[in-house]
Write a protein that binds this ligand. Structure first.
Ligand SMILES: Cc1cc2nc3c(=O)[nH]c(=O)nc-3n(C[C@H](O)[C@H](O)[C@H](O)COP(=O)(O)OP(=O)(O)OC[C@H]3O[C@@H](n4cnc5c(N)ncnc54)[C@H](O)[C@@H]3O)c2cc1C
Length: 222
């Protein structure tokens, strides 16, 4: 790719260096990884130390939303506009090569670097609340009781723009040294995916409440 073809969203600091051919810089690829990942990690520096916090996220258009307690350090820093690095990782398989050195994983990962901001307008707060609930269990927002005034007041919502980003993708293919292909050592891959178990009703559920659509669809992998 020539310099003139480099997308505006790919900066020097979001350019994959090792195995550069696995780097992707288009929005669709990055969006799809964040949409499929159940959690991400938000990394930041606080008081001179690095931290990477696993957390739930939701994407709406070109924005990642996060929610949390007003007491959370991560949320307090993001509310004040901290620069963060958000990563999401999907592991698609274990790759067993002939050599120990070439063992690997199939993966799709995405990274966004950006400054967070507080979400404070009631309209955007509702969008973010709903998106975060539905990112985990699509359709659940409409089924659940809506947040009370106290629950709403007790939740910080912040946003990070998806403006400076990258993705890196490796398939489940084996890549061995040429001279190793003749070795009598098994090589191949073990595909991995997240599979939902059967739903377990809360023991305090009154009789006669059926499994709702959102839960059924999630279990069925729809
Ligand atoms: C499941 C999994 C397992 C991995 N295991 C290893 C391992 O054992 N050892 C190892 O060295 N590497 C591993 N990697 C790759 C690792 O994430 C980095 O890509 C690698 O360290 C090379 O980084 P770099 O020096 O090229 O880029 P850096 O200079 O560290 O990063 C430059 C920029 O490239 C982009 N970038 C780099 N890596 C990624 C990524 N994974 N996803 C999206 N954008 C990225 C970012 O925008 C980053 O700011 C693994 C990745 C995944 C997802």
């Amino acid at each position: 790719m020539s310099a003139a073809e480099v997308p505006a969203t790919q900066s020097a600091r979001t350019t994959v260096r090792r195995s550069a051919h696995r780097g992707h810089y288009d929005r669709e690829t990055v969006n799809a990884i964040f949409d499929e990942a159940l959690i991400c990690h938000v990394a930041f520096v606080a008081d001179g130390s690095p931290f990477a916090i696993p957390t739930i996220h939701a994407r709406v258009d070109d924005i990642l939303y996060f929610h949390g307690s007003p007491a959370s350090r991560m949320m307090r820093l993001m509310k004040k506009g901290a620069e963060v690095c958000v990563t999401a990782t999907l592991v698609d398989g274990i790759v067993a090569a002939r050599s120990a050195f070439n063992h690997s994983m199939g993966f799709r990962s995405a990274m966004v670097i950006g400054s967070a901001r507080l979400v404070d307008s009631p309209e955007e707060r509702e969008v973010a609340f709903e998106a975060i609930t539905d990112a985990v269990l699509p359709g659940r927002w409409a089924e659940a009781r809506q947040p009370s005034r106290n629950e709403d007041k007790g939740t910080l919502l912040v946003a990070v723009p998806i403006e400076e980003f990258s993705a890196k993708i490796r398939g489940n293919d084996v890549s061995d040294e040429t001279e190793d292909y003749e070795l009598p050592i098994w090589a191949g891959s073990i595909p991995l995916s997240i599979v939902a178990g059967e739903a377990e009703p809360d023991p305090r559920l009154p009789d006669g409440i059926e499994i709702p659509e959102s839960v059924r669809r999630f279990i069925d992998g729809e």
